[in-house]
Design a protein around this ligand. Structure first.
Ligand SMILES: [Fe+2]
Ligand SMILES: [Fe+2]
Length: 191
């Protein structure tokens, strides 16, 4: 099969109805695509992997099933192993090697995209004017977006070989163009 954004979106939405899960998929897609462009990689492929990484979470919300029980479904749908393997690799508990730039980027964008999204949701101007230093400050408040694993955020930046500030700035820039789809306000709304 040809892996296209349309096919990935069709698979995702066949198994996912929750708005917050769809927004998470879109946020991780935007960040992963940002890095694909930056690195001159296959943006369409990387974006599809990001869209699909949690496609089975609604039916498999526990780590004894997600994402490993989703993988056979992706294979059945005809996704190539490069997609399935990268999707599987985002899960810490499977302890798979993150041995490609795609796998490293997906892992690095997963938790941080969720966290930056959460930071934007509590600001009247959304992501506009959001500075990496205020994101870092919120990372140190355990009660804020408590579900985001801080250790994975820090490990992700390290895996990309980036300073945390730069990685955060990249994710903010990646999410800004889709602020509306993510339910975020913008400076224009606040004006
Ligand atoms: Fe996941
Ligand atoms: Fe995720």
């Amino acid at each position: 099969m040809e892996v296209t954004r349309d096919s990935a979106w069709a698979t995702l939405t066949r198994y996912t109805t929750s708005e917050s899960l769809l927004r998470h998929a879109l946020a991780v897609e935007a960040s992963t695509r940002f890095y694909a462009r930056k690195l001159g990689e296959d943006e369409e492929l990387w974006g599809c992997v990001a869209l699909l990484h949690d496609f089975d979470y609604e039916m498999h919300p526990t780590l004894d099933k997600h994402p490993q029980d989703g993988a056979p479904i992706l294979r059945e749908e005809g996704y190539p192993e490069v997609v399935v393997d990268a999707v599987l690799s985002h899960a810490e508990h499977l302890e798979m090697p993150r041995d490609t730039p795609l796998k490293r980027t997906l892992f690095a964008c997963d938790e941080l995209s969720g966290f930056v999204h959460a930071c934007g949701l509590v600001r009247p101007t959304g992501l506009d004017g959001l500075e990496p230093k205020s994101v870092k400050k919120k990372l140190k408040q355990p009660s804020f977006a408590a579900g985001v694993h801080r250790d994975e955020v820090y490990a992700g930046a390290e895996l990309l070989g980036l300073e945390l500030d730069e990685h955060i700035a990249n994710v903010i820039a990646a999410l800004q163009p889709i602020a509306g789809e993510l339910g975020l306000r913008t400076a224009a709304d606040a004006a």
